[in-house]
Design a protein. Sequence first.
Length: 101
Amino acid sequence: MTTPSDTPPPETPEELGVSPVSIEEEMRGSYLDYAMSVIVSRALPDVRDGLKPVHRRILYSMKENGYEYNKPFRKSARIVGDVMGKYHPHGDQSIYDAMVR
């Protein structure tokens, strides 16, 4: 059985470790952090190989499915469908754009 504690539970926000923050400042800082992480991780090509994640997913999917230069022609819609279904669930437009660049 538990015994009551001599210390009362915290009542004020300061006692709980909560500090007031301006919503505008928090949104500005949080959005900037998120935007920079997106730019660094998705929008800029990687230094190691010069590819963006969507390019890497396309090449990986094509290799896994046996789409190589010495094999018969495949429609791009099939490749896009494979990539979108397995590795890139963000829509087909970015995959088509990445394939033609």
